[in-house]
Design a protein around this ligand. Structure first.
Ligand code: MRU
Length: 366
């Protein structure tokens, strides 16, 4: 994506040819700062502290984290240790495990002296595949937005509601849920986005709104509980979210609060789509509610809020009473029965075991 006229990716290999650059997403929207990762520990910390985040991007950065680990020690034992360290950083997004497995598969049978190069080559390919897949998702999702536009008065904007950040910041480029919106905007279609703020970390308010603003896409940030009201008043044409894990039967795990949007969408006859590359599909799991591990994060994310003061300082304030207990579940699962369709790189797929298996036969059983 272009930011202020300059093309930026969300992860890159630095000019030295080995260290890894990321955008520090904890500083957005108030500052664009980058971080240089040089060790396994730095990569793992960047993922768990959410300097870098979003299911596909977590996978890409973890792949490079394995590269950094192999530079230090290319033995099998060190690789297994690094794999375990990176896998433990975020439990819910399956792209992390997928990407680590891809790098290990590319490296395992290589002689020690060639392992680092093989790992970097696979990590770079994972990034390129992510860009291509997300652009394809954009094309398939564009067709959905075009159909919605055709059902409205000429020139009336298609109102899309999205949750969390599933834009280019959450991927290597394009984004998943936002890719169709960017494609529509680039094509000159009138599109307007309702951006759920997405407490507790405010990925919608801080990241999605920032992205959309930089690309000139009309949008409005709304408090998390607003979507149902908007749907009742016919102010939402469709919902598109990302996903952190999709099971073989089409259940969609995504940022906490997604399930409530899907319920409201169903009650109001609003189509609900999840957009994700196939690296987000976990064919090993069936019942997402029962089987997907849901990350629980620190109490401070709920108990505090961070923002910019009138004089430009970034400050964190406490918003709950001292002594109150806090629970911080980071994701929830939307059952397949509430999902209209899955927008993948291979097209719009019904959220059923049969349709997913038919679209990705090579992944079944893996
Ligand atoms: O906890 P995060 O910010 O990593 O969660 C991200 C989301 O839930 C996104 O909506 C999802 O990963 C899709 S990313 C394209």
């Amino acid at each position: 994506m272009r930011i202020d006229g300059k093309w930026m990716s969300s992860v890159w290999v630095e000019a030295d040819g080995w260290s890894v650059g990321i955008i520090d997403q904890t500083r957005l929207p108030h500052a664009i700062e980058t971080v240089r990762l040089t060790t396994l520990g730095e990569a793992a910390n960047a993922i768990s502290a959410m300097q870098t985040r979003g299911a596909p991007l977590i996978g890409a950065v973890a792949a490079y984290g394995l590269c950094l680990a192999l530079r230090a020690d290319a033995s099998d034992a060190a690789m297994e240790q690094a794999y375990a360290t990176l896998l433990a950083t975020r439990p819910t997004a399956i792209n992390l495990k997928w990407a680590l497995n891809e790098v290990v598969a590319a490296v395992r049978n290589q002689p020690r002296g060639e392992r680092v190069a093989a790992a970097y080559a696979r990590a770079a390919a994972i990034c390129q595949e992510d860009i291509a897949n997300n652009e394809a998702i954009g094309g398939h999702g564009l067709a959905i937005i075009e159909r919605a536009a055709a059902a409205k008065p000429p020139g009336a904007p298609v109102n899309v509601l999205t949750h969390c950040n599933a834009g280019w910041l959450a991927t290597v480029d394009w984004g998943t849920a936002l890719a169709p919106i960017y494609k529509a905007h680039l094509k000159g279609l009138a599109v307007h986005v309702w951006v759920d703020e997405t407490r507790p970390r405010n990925q919608g308010a801080a990241l999605t709104a920032w992205e959309l603003g930089r690309q000139g896409v009309p949008h409005a940030v709304i408090a998390d509980n607003t979507g149902g009201h908007l749907m009742q008043h016919r102010l939402v044409d469709l919902v598109i979210t990302g996903a952190d894990r999709i099971t073989a039967q089409g259940d969609v795990c995504n940022k906490i609060g997604t399930y409530l949007k899907a319920l409201a969408a169903r009650d109001n006859g609003v189509p609900f789509y999840a957009a994700a590359p196939s690296s987000t599909i976990d064919f090993a799991l069936g019942d997402g509610v029962a089987e997907i591990p849901i990350e629980q994060r620190g109490a401070e994310e709920v108990a505090t809020m961070t923002g910019r003061t009138a004089d430009g300082r970034i400050e964190t304030v406490t918003v709950v009473p001292d002594g109150s207990m806090v629970a911080n579940y980071a994701f929830d699962v939307t059952p397949a029965r509430l999902v209209t369709g899955l927008i993948t790189e291979r097209g719009l797929i019904a959220p059923t075991r049969e349709a997913l298996a038919a679209s990705f036969p090579e992944r079944v059983g893996r």
